[in-house]
Write a protein that binds this ligand. Sequence first.
Ligand code: ACM
Length: 504
Amino acid sequence: MLPPATDPGLVPNPSKLSRTAGAFTLDDTTTIRVTPGAAPAAALLRTLLAPATGLPLPLAPDGRIVLVLDPGLTGLGAEGYGLSVTGETVLLRAADAAGLRHGVQTIRQLLPVAALRSEPVRGVRWSVPGVEITDVPRYAWRGAMLDVARRFRPVSFLRRFTDLLALHKLNVLHLHMTDDQGWRMPVAAYPRLTEVAGVPHGGAYSREELRDLVAYAADRGVTVVPEIEMPGHARAALAAYPHLGNFPERRLDVWQGWGVSDTIFGVTDDVLVFCRTVLDEVMDLFPSPYIHVGGDECPTTEWHRSPTALRRVAEEGLDGPDALHGWFMEHIGNVVTARGRRPLGWTDTGRDLPESFAVVAWRDEEHGLAAASRGQPVIMAPHRSTYLDYPQSAHPDEPPGQPGDTVDLPTVYATEPAPAHWGAAAAARVLGTQAQLWTEYVPTEAHAEYLVFPRLCALADTAWSGGRDWPGFQARLHHHRTRLDALGVPSRPSAILRPERTTR
Ligand code: ACM
């Protein structure tokens, strides 16, 4: 099932594409002309094409690849672009650098698939078919969360993952850096976090590595959104600093099991100082306008039993220990908003996040609707269609994954960030959607990529262009898979070739 000859099989699908006559061929003499501000996009194109093509692609005033940054262009937003390819020129135009970067990825996908290889390729004519494209994303937040707390992954993998996000015009890498099983970011004031809590399942990043990753991602149009889990999913931190727990005399190990732990942060002034100090260092390293502070799966049994927590309930005039969750989130939310950033948290059943928060709605659609109806910005991440740690098929040879569900390719493709019945006001609160890769069942890098692809291609298509054409997506993906192959990404063929299923 190849795409029609006129369809270059782009993922995500451009908003408007027509094939035109001719093709532009890049060779050793090809040069790039840029308007002011467009040179970084030229550098990106050069960097992306160099390994396979070896083309120098220098800047020159008469270059026939023309990259135009023109803030006066209307109708494209920050991320849209226009691309015209003829036999004579490649003209890429955008109102913002972000749009130029996406256009560069489109040029890359339009080239022969060998252009994506990481080693020199000889004997290929590097031609881009004639096209007229106008392309604007449907949602501003298109991302993937990677859990590096359960399993540490080196920065080399994060860079490769970032490259794969950018190829699909995804613009958020949400890095889940702390949990019960590990703490991966160094904090100068609390060295034991990485000395003790960074050890199981891997290691920890250095500050320089994280700073470099942020810059690397920014060059590719990807914002790294950091996450520090509070007040639950905190056992690794408590193994390092027991006095931050509800029972300071207790000694814990970094958790070797999986699941939801009862062991959560205490509510003392020391804990609040810790949270502020950690978040200040996080915000020093990560310029992201959104800072994720967790908030999910926080049993309050320890707060019910702790005299210190009960004293805090009384001092603050709260309804009971359960209300400490909102009190805690409010406090850390204020640390984030004080620095002009927006706190981000996971929705949890029966617990609304404070008004200042944007919300990642991970349980069911209704949780997203509830937050959107309260006026909070929402990122849709419903587990039944965006959790890529669930197996992608029920086939007997499918490796074990998170138990409880199967999330197949059509299900991801059918993710609708703002379902039709929500109404315009709630729909307007939806920033976008993201996939999640929790890593309890993900022992290797290859397995991570096997789980992510091609399901992330489906999410990218839905988030960028609407996800309403399953047969068309299947046809494009059939070709796009050869790109994943060229990049050495393992992906499950049967996930693509499975029987037709009607979506929507
Ligand atoms: C989550 O899956 N606990 C956000």
